[in-house]
Design a binder for this molecule. Structure first.
Ligand code: NAD
Length: 311
């Protein structure tokens, strides 16, 4: 019943996710404010719409994959936005896969459910929204192997599952509105802190006379073993194929990590929870960006923060 899919935000992630929906046989219409992004699709015969509102008029479900909270608010609530005018909507489901703060996810979800559906769909009278950010970068988006962490109504989650599985291989239902966004920023907070921990320890080890490759072997068969030591090692040459061994290119940009840590720090403040590691990690990543490494993979903290080498 979810045949017509509107996709908004055709950037690094969104363009690949939309392609996988098309491959899976969904009838997709697209929108972006960047003409070049749209052209990739119109060249293949995929229809483009001029505004989010026109996308909504043509879709059973709308998916957004935008840079940040402000863009999501604009696309939903702005002039000619998805929720522009009237009190009736065609799409029964809205899915936002952008990484944004849980507060904004809940706010937009509440706005969506203040509408009614143009046509009743089974037991659905109101449109619903899911926050469904993803883990896995551009390569996982291309390969259709993303993980979706999903907040909102459980029924809507089950209805949307086939869509998620056309773009990813794992889906996890997290709870009510905003919990998908919460899961995403918590995941990236762990990743940031563990990258700093592994980098700090490998830098200290080197200064104490043990090479990073040997110390990594110790970690990987001891209790320090983690994603940042055994899959995404930050020291050039220790592992093949990781950003560290490609001059910290590809991978997950420091500026995106700084953005996600900012979301975690802001959310922590809102609920009055002390999160000193988040604050400190945010400071370090903000400094890396200021020093000109914002486009480098976030594992570049090993070279550019601990060693301050700017070659
Ligand atoms: P991107 O900047 O490459 O793409 C965003 C797209 O949204 C662009 O094409 C832009 O033109 C479009 N856009 C911006 N404002 C718009 C508007 N008002 N209306 C229509 N289109 C608009 O970003 P990305 O790397 O694809 O990331 C998207 C989201 O996914 C971000 O929230 C990011 O944090 C998250 N994310 C990214 C990665 C990654 O590795 N890149 C991994 C996981 C999650």
């Amino acid at each position: 019943e979810l045949e017509s899919v509107g996709f908004i935000g055709l950037g690094n992630m969104g363009s690949r996710m939309a392609n996988n929906l098309i491959k899976a046989g969904y009838k997709v219409v697209v929108h972006d404010i960047n003409c070049d992004a749209i052209k990739m699709f119109t060249d293949k015969g995929v229809p483009a719409k001029r505004t989010p509102f026109e996308v909504a008029e043509a879709s059973d479900v709308v998916i957004t994959m935008l840079p940040s909270s402000a863009h999501v608010l604009d696309v939903y609530m702005g002039p000619n936005g998805l929720l522009h005018g009237g009190s009736l909507l065609r799409p029964q489901l809205f899915i936002d896969s952008s990484t944004i703060d849980p507060e904004t996810s809940r706010k937009v979800s509440a706005a969506v459910s203040s509408f009614l559906l143009q046509e009743k769909k089974g037991s659905w009278e109101k449109p619903v929204m899911l926050d469904a950010p993803v883990s896995g970068g551009v390569f996982a988006a291309e390969a259709g192997s993303l993980t979706f962490m999903v907040g909102g109504s459980k029924d809507a989650y089950l209805t949307a599952k086939p869509l998620f599985l056309s773009m990813g291989k794992n889906t996890i239902y997290c709870g009510g509105a905003g919990t998908g966004s919460a899961a995403k920023i918590c995941n990236n907070l762990v990743m940031a802190v563990s990258m700093l921990g592994v980098s700090e320890a490998l830098a200290l080890g080197q200064s104490l006379g043990i090479g990073a490759d040997t110390l990594t072997k110790v970690f990987n068969s001891s209790s320090a073993r983690c994603f940042c030591s055994d899959t995404y090692n930050p020291v050039p040459g220790v592992m093949e194929g990781v950003p560290a061994s490609k001059d910290y290119t590809g991978g997950f940009a420091s500026k995106l990590m700084a953005k996600d840590l900012n979301l975690a720090a802001t959310s922590a403040k809102e609920v009055g929870l002390r999160c000193p590691l988040t604050s400190h990690a945010l400071e370090i990543y903000t400094k890396l960006c200021q020093d000109g490494h914002e486009m480098k993979d976030f594992s570049c903290v090993f070279r550019h923060y601990y060693f301050g080498k700017d070659e």
